[in-house]
Design a protein around this ligand. Structure first.
Ligand code: ADP
Length: 230
């Protein structure tokens, strides 16, 4: 769950990035966040991850009131969130398996759990055959699937995908959103930032449009699939 109550954020330079943003994304929802470059999307995500603290207003994520969250509690918050970035951020010297296992090893998960959980999430994203490959030997779409497996391995309540299709072939973009939709169908909340209007139109659902730091549109629209069924 993500809730912004009248949130504003101003960078130390004086740049107002968000102004009076209120929105609520419930557990189990899938929301696209769209908006032009410079609109405030990254700032919104940084506030959700508590990389930035709101200048004004209240941010709540997965039950954590981020205004009151102590620094030592920030890792606990972040363990409830899986993040996928445009540039994948995989470790090139590690296999697919180790890239995914890394997140569990970092929190000292039991070896037995790692040995069952990692192959499971790798197969979930369709890469069982590539577990021993290195990121540089994979296509962009496959690398993003690894990043998705890594984001999922901790079984987070919320997945934040920041332009996850920005560096991959347009036709592969649909597969990534299909995967995110499947993950969402299993109960994980998904927030996906995108520039790709074709994706948003195709899948439909909740669209939150940010423009110059404000929410200018927040509605559920039908996707092309549904339109064709009419
Ligand atoms: P988006 O992700 O939609 O492209 P951002 O959230 O990055 O937008 O930026 C929102 C506004 O804040 C823009 O005007 C941008 O120039 C400004 N901004 C972003 N990062 C910084 C920063 N570190 N320092 C100052 N201004 C920034």
């Amino acid at each position: 769950m993500v809730e912004f109550k009248n949130v504003s954020y101003t960078y130390p330079t004086g740049q107002h990035a968000l102004q009076h943003v209120s929105l609520k994304i419930d557990d189990g929802e899938f929301a696209f966040i769209v908006g032009a470059s410079g609109a405030g999307k990254s700032t919104l995500i940084k506030l959700m991850l508590r990389e930035l603290a709101a200048t004004q207003g209240e941010v709540t994520v997965n039950g954590y009131n981020l205004n009151k969250l102590k620094s030592r509690k920030i890792p606990e918050l972040r363990r409830t969130i899986g993040v996928v970035f445009q540039d994948f951020r995989l470790i090139p010297s590690m296999t697919v398996y180790d890239n995914v296992a890394f997140a569990l090893r970092a929190i000292d998960a039991p070896t037995k759990y790692i040995r069952s959980r990692v192959p499971y999430v790798i197969s979930l994203v369709g890469l069982a055959q590539k577990a021993k490959s290195y990121p540089n030997d994979l296509s962009g779409g496959e690398q993003q699937r690894v990043a998705l497996a890594r984001a999922l391995v901790n079984d987070p309540q919320l997945i934040i995908a920041d332009e996850p299709t920005g560096n991959i072939d347009p036709e592969r973009s649909y597969e990534i959103v299909d995967l995110l939709k499947a993950i969402n169908a299993c109960g994980t909340t998904v927030v996906m930032v995108t520039h790709q209007h074709d994706l948003v139109k195709y899948f439909g659902g909740r669209i939150i449009n940010i423009n110059t730091g404000a929410v200018v549109f927040d509605e559920v629209i039908g996707g092309i699939d549904e339109t064709q069924q009419l």
